[in-house]
Design a protein around this ligand. Structure first.
Ligand SMILES: [Zn+2]
Length: 168
């Protein structure tokens, strides 16, 4: 985004920064390792573009390795799916470091709260976040997707979808 006015110091910088926040609607397969076919990705991209005419950009990406798709400033906390306890960020970062040693090929982890084993992708991220090799995202869509549209996108891509809102 282009800065069209000089940055002003407090007290108005807060308002100014607020105006600069970008919102990304990011769709990822529920399965972190799933990548749709090129044709499926393009059809889904076109369909999402038609659903979100206000979006500044709609783009898909497929990467060689699994990446963590975060929710940016929307992050609040992470909960254990087994016992509901809040997971300390430092504990989560240790689990992330261990998983990143395999470039997220192996997302399995043991949570410190109750000792449950599972995937880092299945922790309860608030707001939602997740792991993916494929992303389909819209920049500043100025609208949300309703369930029928999400179901259609899942049908096009051939996989269940997780919806992530990232604010930066
Ligand atoms: Zn737990």
């Amino acid at each position: 985004m282009v800065f069209t006015q000089p940055f002003c110091s407090s007290p108005c910088s807060q308002h100014y920064n607020h105006l600069m926040t970008d919102h990304f609607l990011i769709l990822i397969p529920a399965d972190p390792y799933f990548v749709p076919l090129l044709e499926q990705a393009q059809i889904a991209n076109d369909y999402l573009t038609s659903l979100l005419p206000d979006a500044e950009l709609v783009i898909w990406n497929a990467s060689e390795t699994v990446e963590f798709v975060d929710c940016g400033d929307n992050f609040e906390r992470i909960l254990c799916p087994a016992c509901g306890a809040e997971i300390a960020i430092t504990d989560w970062q240790h689990m992330m470091d261990a998983a990143y040693a395999s470039h997220f090929d192996d997302l399995s982890a043991t949570v410190p709260c109750c000792g449950a084993n599972g995937s880092l992708n299945d922790l309860h991220y608030e707001w939602p976040a997740g792991f993916a090799r494929f992303t389909l995202e819209a920049l500043n869509p100025n609208a949300d997707l309703d369930d029928p549209h999400l179901l259609t996108l899942e049908s096009i891509l051939g996989c269940p979808i997780r919806k992530i809102w990232r604010s930066l």
